[in-house]
Design a protein around this ligand. Structure first.
Ligand SMILES: [Zn+2]
Ligand SMILES: [Zn+2]
Length: 393
């Protein structure tokens, strides 16, 4: 059996040896931001880089032109690094996906150097459109993550975290249909669709007290009427419902929010129409604690101190949740900015192209590559990961 420490040293050196080209790649992605499903340059640069280093490439998988699967080696175990590379409209790489793209490729290339000795396969899977449509939701439903032993990516952030939380998230679109009338001359002849919408939002405001702390219901009114002197005959709104557990979302939040709209319809006599966005639903992130502990040990070797898992429960949502429902997965955060600089901001974007961003790229690539070594080498670790997964951990 190859020596684990030797292999970890080797993957770490492989990443270090690519320092200049990795930073150049990250900066090139950063300077050419492409939004969801338009990541043509990014997916080409990343997949070409992997291909030129010996990986087999499948481009355009799952009918998404900017998705790809790169693999090296054969058979089990199969360790996957997931690469995100989409940018935010208007903000560019304010979420630092340029670093994820470069780091996941770097970790895959480094792990490649050990696969001959450990056996198994290392994959880098290009997953577009994290910010908008949830590319991994679509890819998960088309089998992109089947047969893996684990899936990993490290996300830039303002703290070092190994165990991340992300909420299940479901979209709800609603409309009320009423009856127009002159708002002053004949108001009694109308059915006010805006009253129904306002009543529903008030109901939701009251409902919040009866929901778990981690649940979220938030929305915007996208049509509130057309003219101030006309009783609105039509209104529309979009909402997102979120919860820390998928089951709580389904069994508690969904029916109670729907009842808020149904009650408003009853009270105002406006007709309710609604659609759940189940196709684009984000599942709750189930971080695999066993795998996260391996990652934490590796990233702490690099001098980083990972925060206590319970002290910060992040409340966003990510399409990585849908991957974590299928295979043991981690979505740790690597700090590249101070705690007061949140992601999705212009300030964070600048960190993603600065010295601390470069350090985050190299450290996360090394930590992920060392974790890949652990998974490839250690069948006991794999068993514990899967036992936890099957226990619903
Ligand atoms: Zn983001
Ligand atoms: Zn992101």
């Amino acid at each position: 059996m190859p020596d684990r420490e030797q292999l970890k040293k080797r993957v770490s050196q492989d990443v270090e040896g690519r320092r200049a080209e990795l930073i150049e790649l990250s900066l090139r992605l950063h300077a050419n931001p492409e939004v969801a499903f338009k990541e043509e340059k990014a997916s080409a640069w990343l997949s070409d880089y992997l291909e030129s280093n010996g990986f087999s490439l499948e481009r355009g998988i799952c009918d998404i032109p900017t998705a790809f699967r790169a693999s090296y080696g054969s058979g089990a175990p199969r360790v996957a690094l997931l690469a995100e590379y989409d940018a935010l409209p208007g903000v560019g790489h304010g979420c630092g996906h340029n670093i994820i793209g470069a780091a996941s490729c770097a970790a895959g290339l480094a792990a490649r150097t050990v696969v001959e000795e450990t056996g198994g396969t290392v994959l880098v899977i290009g997953t577009p459109a994290e910010e908008a449509a949830g590319g991994k939701v679509y890819m998960a439903s088309r089998g992109a993550f089947e047969g893996l032993d684990c899936a990993m990516l490290a996300h830039p952030g303002n703290r070092d975290v190994a165990v991340s939380y992300a909420l299940a998230c479901l979209e709800l679109d609603v409309e009320f249909h009423g009856k127009a009338a002159h708002a002053a001359a004949r108001p009694e002849a109308g059915v006010n669709a805006l009253d129904a919408m306002v009543a529903a939002f008030v109901n939701i405001g009251l409902l919040r007290q009866q929901l778990k702390d981690s649940a979220r219901v938030h929305g915007i009114i996208t049509d509130g009427g057309q003219a101030v002197n006309v009783i609105p005959h039509h209104t529309a709104a979009s909402l997102l419902l979120r919860a820390e557990e998928d089951q709580y979302l389904d069994e508690e939040v969904k029916p109670k929010v729907l009842a808020c709209f149904q009650g408003a319809a009853e009270a105002t006599a406006a007709a309710l129409e609604y659609r759940w966005g189940e196709q684009s639903r984000y599942k709750a992130m189930r971080t695999n604690r066993t795998l996260a502990a391996a990652y934490q040990a590796n990233v702490e070797r690099l001098g980083r101190k990972v925060m206590d898992a319970e002290s910060r429960r992040s409340m966003g949502s990510t399409d990585m949740g849908n991957v974590s429902a299928l295979v043991p997965a981690i979505h740790p955060t690597i700090a590249i900015a101070p705690p007061h600089v949140p992601i999705h901001t212009v300030d964070f974007r600048e960190f993603a192209a600065g010295e601390s961003g470069h350090k985050g790229l190299l450290d996360s690539a090394r930590a992920l590559a060392m974790t890949a070594v652990d998974v490839l080498l250690d069948s006991d670790l794999r068993n514990r990961m899967w036992n936890e997964f099957h226990a619903g951990g």
